[in-house]
Design a binder for this molecule. Structure first.
Ligand SMILES: Cc1ncc(COP(=O)(O)O)c(C=O)c1O
Length: 439
């Protein structure tokens, strides 16, 4: 079929996510992808600076992951995960548990970031009820947090502003301010204190009521790449422990090396009670997620009664192809070559952000691991719907750069295979786009 025919089929039959089809440009027909580049059917290439929605850890089409999937597919593509287990699932669970700190040893498999969060929330509620403790049924999230599109995840992220159409189906979740910070921010300590005070007040007003506090550690992703300091997470963990509630780290985006160490909780020196992982887990090849629980939580689900068990699961739970991809991706992630690339990307980001910081039309430069972000000024306000966002994106696409601003926030979250030359090309392009839009 010709590209024109395929685009006509898409226009007639496909409903794209997060897209206002009445106003959007027609989608780009992707034909192949290798390393950091996506090639379109018309021959144009796009440098994937967002790791295709933050999943492609090592770039596209990595031969080691492709080979691992092919080998697994030839052996066993899928098997029911109740009454059965299999080597890739057992090995992947053990390897992830070994990388996580403390007794985060129990791995529950699900399908994507949203389900990983949904599982963590359901586990929290059932943990308290299995313990025979009534009334611990409230969740606390952070303003601007985003945790996915299922009902629990939407409820936890209700302040992100994405979910007004579904207000009626969400359950109440308390929120406290997130102490977002950036380079040279001299108000950060005051913001952290205000956030912790709000939490203290909430705990004081509702003693023994909070089941769990849920946070994207170090970086709120979809909320605008808003970053906080590791010390804030340590202070938060202390308060949550003192109140006796559970602490859930949603590391769906921050996991697998994005913030520097393999997991953000390591940077903060914290052992949360539950950790949600997805996105980079399979290196971007297959949809899969993990909710990792401390052993103490798992034990609360054991007993003679079926009711005490976690009666939750998905058809494709622990799909062997996804697990094989996860194992191959971990091998790549833990290699010296990958650490060196991540360090190089962070160093280039730092230098280029510092250069950019001299421009009057940008502010709030920030960096955490391989994630760099800044706010772009101009009329049209800020936030996800800021008018500047679509203009920035269109200008980037025209230059062969796949960037998806979050409103007026421009960020780079590249695959670790990105070369120095490619990254400098991206930053040069950003400089040209800003100059063009300013003119
Ligand atoms: C922190 C965080 N949690 C959960 C999700 C939901 O993940 P998914 O889109 O795979 O359901 C996302 C997605 O962007 C996320 O950034």
């Amino acid at each position: 079929m010709s590209p024109e025919q395929l685009l006509a089929l898409d226009a007639r039959h496909v409903w794209h996510p997060f897209t206002q089809a009445a106003a959007a440009r027609p989608p780009i027909l992707a034909a192949s992808a290798k390393g950091a580049s996506i090639t379109a059917a018309d021959g144009r290439t796009y440098l994937d600076l967002v790791s295709s929605w933050w999943v492609n850890l090592h770039g596209h089409g990595h031969p080691a992951i492709a080979a691992a999937i092919a080998q697994q597919a030839a052996t066993m593509e899928q098997v029911i995960f109740a009454d059965f287990t299999h080597a890739p699932a057992a090995e992947l669970a053990a390897r992830v548990a070994a990388l996580l700190p403390g007794d985060l040893d129990r791995v529950f498999y699900s399908d994507d970031g949203s389900t990983a969060v949904e599982v963590a929330m359901k586990l929290s509620l059932q943990f308290w009820s299995n313990r025979g403790i009534a009334g611990r049924d409230l969740f606390v999230g952070f303003e601007g947090g985003y945790h996915g599109d299922t009902v629990g995840a939407m409820s936890a992220g209700h302040s992100s502003g994405f979910f007004s159409a579904w207000k009626g189906m969400l359950f109440p979740v308390e929120t406290v301010p997130f102490p977002a910070t950036w380079d040279g921010d001299d108000a950060v300590a005051a913001k952290e204190a205000a956030s912790l005070d709000a939490l203290d007040r909430l705990f004081a007003a509702k003693p023994g009521r909070v089941a769990a506090v849920l946070i994207e550690p170090l970086i709120q992703g979809a909320g605008g790449m808003r970053m906080c300091r590791p010390a804030f997470l340590a202070a938060l963990a202390e308060r949550v422990r003192a109140e006796g509630a559970l602490l859930i780290f949603d590391e769906v985006m921050t996991g697998f090396g994005r913030t520097g160490p393999i997991f953000a909780c390591q940077k903060a020196g914290i052992v949360p009670d539950l950790v949600c992982l997805s996105k980079g887990l399979t290196g971007g090849f297959l949809a899969m997620a993990l909710t990792v629980a401390r052993e103490e939580i798992y034990r609360e689900f054991l007993g003679p009664d079926l009711d005490r068990a976690f009666l939750h699961g998905h058809s494709y739970t622990a799909n062997p192809l996804g697990c094989a991809a996860g194992l191959a991706s971990l091998d790549l992630l833990l290699s010296d070559a990958c650490s060196a690339r991540r360090a190089a990307i962070e160093a280039i980001h730092r230098a280029r952000l510092d250069d950019l910081a001299t421009r009057a039309d940008i502010s709030r430069t920030r960096l955490c691991g391989t994630i760099a972000a800044f706010d772009v000024g101009g009329s049209g306000g800020s936030g996800y719907g800021a008018a500047i966002g679509p203009r920035l994106k269109a200008a980037a696409f025209d230059r062969g750069l796949l960037l998806r601003p979050l409103g007026n926030v421009l960020y780079l979250l590249p695959p670790y295979c990105l070369s120095d030359e490619e990254l400098h090309r991206a930053w040069d392009g950003i400089g040209q786009i800003l100059a063009e839009l300013a003119g």
